[in-house]
Design a protein around this ligand. Sequence first.
Ligand code: IPE
Ligand code: IPE
Ligand code: MG
Length: 246
Amino acid sequence: MGFKEQIDITRLPEHIAIIMDGNGRWAKNQGKFRVFGHEIGVLSVKDIVEGCVDIGIKYLTVYAFSTENWNRPIEEVNALMELLISTINQETATLTKNNIRLNAIGDIASLPQKCIDDLKSAMDKTANNTRCTLTLALSYSAKWEILEAARKLAQQVKDQQINVEDINEERFSAQLTTLDMPDPELMIRTSGEHRVSNFLLWQMAYTELYFTDTLWPDFRREDLFEAIVDYQKRERRFGKISEQLN
Ligand code: IPE
Ligand code: IPE
Ligand code: MG
C-alpha cells in the first residue's frame, strides 16, 4: 500500500509549512552548479502543490528565500530572483486552473521591482481562488515579522487606539503576515538539517516537526504523503496528559 492510501483524510493537517532545503548539495552531487538545483527544486514545488491539492490540504507555505539568504553570493541571489519571476509567470495559469490562491509573506518591498510587480499581478489574478492557498515566504524571517508586529502594536498604543493591557495572543497574531491562516500543524524540512532557520517561530509554537534526509529536488508527493502518515501517528497533547484526550 502506498502512503497516500494510508492517509486518514478526516484528520488532515489544514496547514503544512515546508523548509525546502538541499538544492545546492543536490546540484553539487550531480557535478552541476547550485542554480541547477534551484531549477529542479521548482519541479518539486509544483509536484508538492499538486499533491496537496489532490488530498485536500488548504494551506501550504513554503520557505523560498530567507532574510539571511541575501548574504549569499550575488550571482546566486540574482539567479534565484530570475527563477522566481519566470516561475511565477509560467505557473499563474496552472494556479488559476487548479483554483489555487497565490500569497506571499516577508519583506516583499525588498525584492527587485520586477519581482514585486509580477508577484502582485499573479496574486491579484488568483485572489478569489478557494481550493488551496500557496504562500511563498520571500525575504522572510520570523524575527523580522515579530519585530514588525511589535512596532505596529507599539504605534497603536502611542496613537491611543489600544491600551497596553489589550495586547494578547489574538491581537499579536493579527499583526503577523499569517493573520488569515491557521498555524501549521506540520512542518517539514528536507536535506537532513535539524533547525528552523528563522521560519514561522511564533506560528510553530505547537507544530509537529518532520525532518527528512531527502534533498529538496528529490522530494515529491509520495514523500509528502509519507510525512503526513507520520504526522497522523503522533499524539498532540498541547500540555495535557494522554488520558485527557479523546
Ligand atoms: C534551499 O536550498 C533553497 C534556498 C535556500 C533558496 P539551498 O540552496 O540552501 O541548498 P543547500 O542547503 O546549500 O544544499
Ligand atoms: C533556509 O534554508 C531558508 C530557505 C529554505 C529559503 P538555508 O539553507 O538558507 O538555511 P541555513 O542557513 O542553512 O539554516
Ligand atoms: Mg540550505
